[in-house]
Design a protein around this ligand. Structure first.
Ligand SMILES: *[C@@H]1O[C@H](CO)[C@@H](O)[C@H](O)[C@H]1NC(C)=O
Ligand SMILES: *[C@@H]1O[C@H](CO)[C@@H](O)[C@H](O)[C@H]1NC(C)=O
Length: 291
């Protein structure tokens, strides 16, 4: 009889400890529907809540006013698989903040106020499958290596941002990409855009809204043209011909080559001159010694 009561007591104690810690660990003004989920959607939060359980797997923070993510956020929650920060006030992502997570599968940063996705932002987030970055109206810069290391990424959303161009190597660096959204950006149909256009033609099955959904504005009159109306021929003048930037690079490298050549010959001439004087000097010494 007695051992049985002892066992029951410890069982009850265990249960109450579990319940207590669970209750204790749920941040105030958030819900914790299960042991691995913290749901703080639409709570008017102006910062990421404290006291999130360290073994959390899903954090829902959409529809708040959070302006930044602490740089150790993903270091702390290393089991995190799902992070929803949609519709907040994020204006920048500090380097390293999102690069440390090896488990993160879903990341929603859509509908914020990001202006730039710098190279290396996501580091080696090899598990990331879905990345939502759309509806950041001032987002006009994506670094060339912004998405390198995202080897599992299948879905990338960049719609309704402020992008006028995108380096095609950014998309080429995503081996698992299946779905891409680029519509609603102020694309500029320049020669710079030609490479992206060719890539899009070859990968149009990956575009959620197809080529029709994407428009670019013409350099001459700013008219918007759906990409579906364009062909590689539309950019024919670009192939082989040099763009203005190319010309500038050629001219400037030409100038710097000539400057370097002039400096090199000047240096050579003075060295030769110097050696001549030296050798004359030592000859003179020898002659003096002999005499
Ligand atoms: C964004 O969040 C704010 C604040 O919670 C809310 O009022 C608004 O309706 C949300 N917008 C969208 C599109 O969900
Ligand atoms: C969003 O960013 C832009 C450009 O940095 C800034 O002018 C604007 O005030 C920001 N908007 C909000 C709501 O923070």
């Amino acid at each position: 009889m007695l051992p049985c009561i002892n066992w029951l007591q410890s069982f009850l104690a265990l249960i109450s400890i579990t319940l207590l810690t669970q209750g204790h660990n749920c941040p105030s003004s958030c819900l914790c529907p299960d042991h691995h989920t913290v749901d703080c959607t639409g709570q008017g939060l102006t910062r990421v809540p404290d006291y999130i359980p360290l073994d959390v797997r899903r954090i829902l923070l959409s529809n708040n006013w959070i302006p930044w993510i602490p740089s150790d956020f993903l270091v702390l929650y290393s089991d995190l698989v799902y992070l929803d920060l949609r519709n907040n006030s994020l204006s920048r992502l500090d380097p390293g903040t999102l690069g440390t997570s090896s488990r993160l599968v879903f990341l929603d940063l859509g509908r914020n106020n990001l202006t730039e996705i710098p190279s290396g932002t996501f580091g080696e987030s090899r598990s990331l499958i879905k990345l939502r970055l759309g509806n950041n109206p001032h987002l006009n810069m994506v670094g060339r290596d912004a998405f390198t290391g995202l080897t599992s990424l299948r879905e990338l959303e960049l719609e309704k941002n402020g992008l006028t161009h995108l380096d095609v190597s950014i998309l080429e660096s995503l081996p698992s990409l299946r779905m891409l959204r680029l519509e609603g950006n102020p694309w500029f149909c320049s020669c710079h855009f030609a490479k992206l256009f060719v890539w899009l033609m070859e990968n149009r099955h990956k575009l959620l809204e197809g080529m029709e959904g994407i428009e670019c504005s013409l350099p001459l009159d700013g008219r918007h043209v759906p990409l579906s109306l364009l062909s590689e021929d539309s950019f024919r003048e670009c192939s082989g011909a040099l763009t203005l930037t190319d010309y500038l690079i050629v001219i400037f490298s030409g100038i710097s080559v000539s400057v370097a050549a002039i400096m090199a010959s000047f240096f050579l001439a003075s060295t030769v001159h110097c050696f001549q004087r030296l050798s004359k000097g030592s000859k003179g010494d020898e002659e003096e010694g002999n005499g």
